[in-house]
Design a binder for this molecule. Structure first.
Ligand code: SAM
Length: 256
């Protein structure tokens, strides 16, 4: 596939892979732990014995957790450096360099479940990615897709001094899909590349590639997890900011 943005995406993630590994560690960052991982596991259900593709696996923390729960996991990522880190961390899990938009290393109908955790807003080619996910799933196979909430950009969010108000600043029209470059955040030293699309573009891509939507959630911290927050600022952020969306999709039968 000839798409210069794919090459740019690979180069970008190769550059930030080691910083990403520090950010995510072996358990995921606080957004994952507090907000989205519980929804991801609820949507995935019992993965024991299932063949699961962790698409855009990054440093492999989720692949390892899936494997610990009895899934037969393959992690793929476009970044060679990410895959090197994942292999070094978890030598007993299978990892491959591949692009979600192609999945060249995967033949048709191989997997029961595909999980893409914070990947779809990072890949330039949404339609090809959804088509590839559909292709490699068994009939009636499932996809669990968690990605940054497209309506609430966190990069430029500001919170008032009393913490009562959160403002989201848009520097372009929401309805215009585009490549975005955010300044470095946290301990990252490199600009961040991602791809904005309105929420309805995701929905249309799911439908066009042959999925039906079974469930949808905007993950937020549940009270019984408050104690896991590192500090009160992180807890307030999790209680007030919609960081992500989560979809559970099913591959439609051809006959339907
Ligand atoms: C935000 S990180 C998420 C990593 C991991 N899923 C997690 O939850 O920590 C996005 C990952 O998607 C990968 N990625 C982006 N576009 C991709 C593509 N087209 N194919 C495969 N991986 C891709 C990046 O290399 C990066 O590792």
């Amino acid at each position: 596939m000839d798409n210069p943005e794919i090459d740019e995406t690979r180069d970008f993630w190769n550059r930030v892979a080691d910083d990403w590994h520090i950010q995510i560690g072996t358990a995921g960052d606080s957004n994952r732990i507090l907000n989205s991982d519980p929804v991801l596991w609820a949507f995935a259900g019992d993965v024991g014995g299932l063949r699961v593709l962790d698409a855009g696996c990054g440093n492999g923390y989720l692949s390892k957790q899936l494997s610990d729960r009895g899934a037969l996991v393959t992690g793929i990522d476009i970044s060679e450096r990410m895959i090197a880190i994942a292999r070094a961390q978890y030598p007993n899990v299978e990892f491959r360099v591949d692009s979600c938009a192609e999945l060249r290393t995967v033949s048709d109908a191989q997997f029961h479940l595909v999980i893409a955790n914070y990947v779809l807003m990072d890949t330039p080619d949404l339609d090809w990615t959804l088509q590839a996910f559909n292709r490699i799933l068994h009939p009636n196979g499932m996809a669990v897709l968690v990605f940054s909430h497209p309506c609430f950009p966190q990069g430029r969010a500001t919170v008032s001094s009393d913490g009562k108000e959160t403002n989201y600043r848009w520097s372009f029209p929401y309805f215009e899909p585009r490549k975005c470059v955010d300044p470095p955040w946290g301990h990252f030293s490199s600009d961040f590349i991602w791809f904005h699309r309105p929420l309805s573009d995701y929905w249309k891509a799911f439908k066009a590639s042959g999925f039906i939507v079974l469930d949808f959630e905007e993950p937020r911290v549940a009270e019984e997890r408050y104690h896991l927050a590192e500090n009160s600022r992180k807890l307030t952020n999790c209680r007030t900011r919609p960081y992500s969306v989560a979809f559970k999709l099913q591959k439609k039968n051809r006959a339907e």
